[in-house]
Ligand binder design. Sequence first.
Ligand code: CAA
Length: 390
Amino acid sequence: MTTGIEKISFYTPRYMLPLEDLAAARGADYNKYRVGIGQEIMAVAPPDEDIVTMAASAALPLESYFTSIDTVFFATESSIDQSKAAGLFVHGLLGLPKRCRVIELKQACYSATLALRIATQMVSANPKTRALVLASDIARYELGSPAEPTQGAGAVAILVSNKPHILTLDPETGIYAEDVMDFWRPNYREEAVVEGKTSTRIYLHALQNTWKHYQEQSDRSLDRFDHCCFHTPFTNMARKAYQLLQKQQSKHTGTDKTEKTFEEQVAPSLHYNRLTGNTYSASLYECLACLLDQNDLELDQKKISFFSYGSGCTAEFFSGTISPGYKEHLFTKQHQALLQDRTALTVRQYEDVFQLSVPRDGWDHQFGEYRTGPFRFSGVSGHKRIYTKT
Ligand code: CAA
């Protein structure tokens, strides 16, 4: 009996900032953002949108399966509470079954990957049930910092069941962990602290180690994969990652060239990221959704590799096979409509939104109404966050 991904749905907020405008405001060459970093637009979450509303919006298209869900994993590094799992707010908004377990997982951008693995095993043990894996994040760095153009926001909802219409995972998996300080967010800060260059170096170091571990279990070479999805903090990071794997492969085979190219193996998964920015825990799975949504690709039975990286750091290299007939189970039109129908902010408006933070005084606060998805973070009262349906 196989288990795996039955559905995958992506959501991103209704506002965005063109990076050409940000470059002009910061006195930077736009080509540094567009070519050097590989980003064009960043998604901006308005004050009444947060990880809960984004995750609930990502999950809503899966409504017809809600009664069979018995576990919700919520992966995030933009946590809104030190105690309560954000998934419980989603559980309430979506009216999920009361016979359910809900948990939040944190390890930078990695946690959705472990959630997916645990979910697969839980469903294998009890095939009548489904598990919902949510990954939702808002990437925030300091205004004017080198990391600012890599910000973004978005969520992915993944339904795991014994009807894997989208993807099944292979058993082989390469793992790596090391206690390093490349990127972190102390509890008292709303913006991440990042050692930018160190983080890219450690990302690649973790990739090299997970790939080595994966190869000890599998004889698949890089060319054996039809497509490769990477955790993508910015699209040129995926290019650097792929180049590293090409080098490893060349060393292994003693030839200078690999049979396939970045354009074939990686580029089709990167379009969404280029238009949303980093979605942290959702980023790798946003890349998968993007790859699946490419109308000109026929992915039945194709082999896909995945590299999941969470700063701090934990990483995993794994693979899977796309199911025959997967195209019948996608939300391509909704994803593309979301990306096309967004309101562009000016840099001034973006900065104003950025500087608004959730009041901490316990009084009643109603937030102004912005464009959101089907749910709003409408205010706080008595230190409780209030969510409403739009
Ligand atoms: N035209 C074209 N290219 C240009 C250019 C121009 N005018 N000016 C610069 N470039 C190129 C540079 O040559 C460089 O290319 P390479 O990396 O290929 O050498 C690229 O643009 C970036 O330029 P810099 O290295 O000068 O950029 P920077 O130091 O100002 O910032 C960064 C880059 C360090 C990645 C920064 O954006 C950052 O800190 N980002 C956040 C951290 C991050 O995303 N790390 C990734 C690994 S950690 C992770 O993956 C977890 C996570 O999600 C955060």
